[in-house]
Write a protein that binds this ligand. Structure first.
Ligand code: F6P
Length: 319
């Protein structure tokens, strides 16, 4: 292995830059040439790739987003797109690729692996929905951003004695919503993995009011339902207005937390080690305090379950 490439794909996640920096620097340290592929699979298809130096990745770790940029590329799903991507990698004599991204991006990595390219995946998605790793890059920073926003909303909610539905990201996964609910002391959390009971929520908020609570905060994962529809229905049970706040892409930006910087750095180094060992089709995973490699296929095919214990505790603490 002489030349490897790194790219970031799918939705950006804070800490991706730490992983890029780590792959470039540990790669060069191990005697490799490291190239950066811009704009993810689109860049692979269009040949947007170039060598990166130690200096090129200086001063990027504290930046949110990804300096390599990213896309969601429909063309790569086609046979033709994948063949073009492989052709470009071979033309540039790239012996292995580290793909930093979420489930869609790693499904693409698996396609490359199946076409004979050596690929190692690095999990990065604020959703934390990749099976087999306790944490993905970006989750911790996104959660910190969410709790900052929820705390602020709580101030105004308390001042006006209002109920709020705060929508957070997570189309298929309630992880961010659940963890944010625990970390902010929300009165309710709605996740795609569980049925919601609006009547019970209203009863809980009303009971809280009777005990002197001055707010009712509901954290809604975007995949659990439409915030405005739920707000209207809840108003009927509660008897007063429910304000809606959709946090949106603010959750994906911002300078990465200490945890995401070190996670990106460690996972990047593990990816380079796997590539230099000649491995492929594997994803770096964090389990407890240890890093391991698991088949990408398992990471993308299995579904990460909601954390039962945390869900139960969120309900108890919301009383
Ligand atoms: O996968 C990460 C994520 O932020 C999801 O939580 C969200 O549903 C989606 O990406 C939004 O994607 P886009 O930025 O392409 O609209």
């Amino acid at each position: 292995m002489k030349r490897i490439a790194v790219m970031t794909a799918g939705g950006d996640a804070p800490g991706m830059n730490a992983a890029v920096r780590s792959i470039v620097r540990t790669g060069i340290y191990n005697g490799l040439e490291v190239w950066g592929i811009e704009k993810a699979y689109l860049g692979m298809i269009e040949g947007l790739m170039k060598p990166l130096s130690l200096k090129d990745v200086g001063g990027i770790m504290q930046k949110g987003g990804t300096v390599l940029q990213t896309t969601r590329c429909e063309e790569f799903i086609t046979d033709e797109g994948q063949m073009l991507a492989v052709e470009n990698l071979e033309k540039n004599e790239i012996d292995g690729v580290a793909v930093i991204g979420g489930d869609g991006s790693l499904t693409g990595a698996l396609d490359l692996h199946n076409r004979g390219i050596k690929v190692i995946g690095v999990p990065a998605t604020i959703d934390n929905d990749l099976w087999g790793t306790d944490m993905s890059i970006g989750v911790d920073t996104a959660l910190n951003t969410i709790i900052y926003c929820v705390d602020n909303i709580k101030d105004t909610a308390s001042s006006h004695e209002r109920a709020f539905i705060i929508e957070v990201m997570g189309r298929k996964s309630g992880y961010l919503a659940l963890m944010a609910a625990i970390a902010t002391g929300a009165e309710e959390v709605y996740v795609p993995e569980r049925e919601m009971n609006l009547e019970a929520t209203a009863a809980r908020i009303q009971e809280g009011h009777r005990r002197g609570k001055t707010h009712g905060i509901i954290i809604l994962a975007e995949g659990a339902g439409n915030a405005y529809t739920i707000g209207r229905q809840l108003k009927n049970f509660l008897g007063y207005d429910v304000r809606i706040s959709i946090l949106g892409h603010i959750q994906r930006g911002g300078s990465p937390s200490a945890f995401d910087r070190q996670l990106g750095s460690m996972m990047g180094a593990e990816a380079v080690r796997a590539l230099t060992d000649g491995k492929s089709g594997l994803m770096v995973a964090l389990s407890g305090a240890s890093y391991s490699l698991i088949p990408i296929q398992e990471a993308v095919e299995n579904k990460k379950n909601i954390l039962e214990k945390q869900y139960e505790i969120a309900q108890i603490l919301a009383l």
